[in-house]
Design a protein around this ligand. Structure first.
Ligand code: ZN
Length: 368
């Protein structure tokens, strides 16, 4: 089956009340729309993902994804995306609002399964609230168990949806409405309670999460004839840091702090120094599995604060470079990394430029 997945992320988000359109706000260290892209790719159910954005430059090229510019209203963006794929061999199309970053792989599988017997499948949840509806000059009570609150992704037989979308000029808030307006049958299936739509800023607080902290410390001896690496940046200096790896105290320190927050022991347990395969390993490489682990555990970083303790090099000269490098390695915004330089008044080993130490603290959110 040739399934395509359309992500609508071109809205202005008037109710969001922010200068940045909501689909671009950072949620779990990524723009909101990226969560939908990643889940769709992970499901392996789709031939191609069509991402409809207000600014197509906001997305880094990826072979699985076509990026197109959206229309002024949701139904126009949806129509543009359908036209974009109309010459491909499309059997089914899934349409999803990027404002729902938390739909599950299970929901995608269920939708796909039901699509084999139906032309349109739409997920819904019930409401806990008592519902009323103004009708014929009075307000009537509705049976709440009969009320369907529909979600996305919604999926359809491509040809039918294309035809309905082509002839529609009305403002509709989802694609299921096109089927209902034409008296066509929809199969409704149970959706996810966690598949919340982010409309207002306060909706971001609806996701239940725990905030955790981790602390890191590291010190390495300075020796001649070795390159100095700090935070993944090569820095011209009279000596480098001795160690099994490249001795990058900043990265080691961040690794320990992240492992601390995750409750997963320490850097020595992960990379034993008696194992030859880790000899001369670049510290940036050591960081990578921990960043993947954070994602796997549904965690995101709130901030990292680092103290680099050395007489020289002068931290202020390299601060921006080091922060840029860390932000790339950890895949987070520069704004949530802080780096401070501390000298030790020329005292002791560090004061005599025989060692460099580092300490840091991180805060992470673990989502349920
Ligand atoms: Zn170290």
């Amino acid at each position: 089956m040739n399934n395509y997945f359309i992500i609508l992320a071109a809205g202005k988000g008037k109710r969001f009340n922010s200068k940045i359109p909501k689909q671009h706000i950072l949620y779990k260290n990524k723009p909101l729309f990226m969560h939908s892209v990643n889940t769709a790719i992970k499901s392996k159910l789709f031939k191609k993902i069509i991402l409809v954005l207000d600014k197509t430059s906001a997305f880094k090229k990826n072979k699985n994804v076509d990026v197109i510019k959206g229309g002024n209203e949701r139904h126009l963006s949806s129509k543009k995306a359908l036209y974009h794929i109309k010459n491909n061999k499309v059997d089914n199309v899934f349409i999803h609002d990027a404002a729902r970053p938390n739909f599950s792989l299970n929901l995608l599988k269920n939708l796909n399964q039901q699509l084999k017997k139906n032309q349109a499948v739409v997920p819904y949840i019930n409401t806990e609230n008592s519902a009323k509806y103004p009708y014929d000059n009075k307000i009537i009570n509705l049976k709440r168990e009969k009320i369907l609150l529909t979600q996305t992704p919604q999926c359809f037989d491509f040809k039918t949806l294309f035809y309905l979308s082509k002839k529609n000029n009305k403002l509709v808030t989802d694609d299921a409405a096109l089927f209902l307006n034409s008296n066509k049958k929809i199969k409704f299936i149970k959706g996810d309670e966690k598949n919340i739509k982010i409309t207002k800023k306060s909706d971001l607080n609806k996701f239940s999460k725990k905030t955790l902290y981790g602390i890191g410390f590291d010190i390495h001896k300075l020796i001649k004839n070795k390159k100095l690496y700090l935070g993944g940046v090569k820095i011209p200096f009279h000596s480098g840091l001795k160690g099994h790896s490249d001795g990058d105290v900043i990265i080691h320190c961040v690794i320990d702090a992240l492992l601390g927050a995750l409750g997963k022991k320490d850097i020595g347990s992960l990379y034993p120094s008696n194992k030859n395969k880790f000899k001369n390993i670049r510290s940036a490489k050591m960081l990578k599995p921990i960043i993947l682990d954070l994602e796997k555990n549904n965690c995101s970083i709130n901030n990292i604060d680092i103290n680099l303790i050395c007489e020289r090099p002068k931290v202020s000269l390299y601060r921006n470079k080091i922060i840029s490098s860390l932000s790339k390695l950890i895949n987070i915004n520069k704004k949530i990394i802080n780096l401070k330089g501390k000298t030790v008044e020329k005292l002791g080993l560090i004061g005599k430029e025989n060692a460099i130490a580092c300490e840091c603290i991180v805060s992470i959110n673990k989502y349920e």
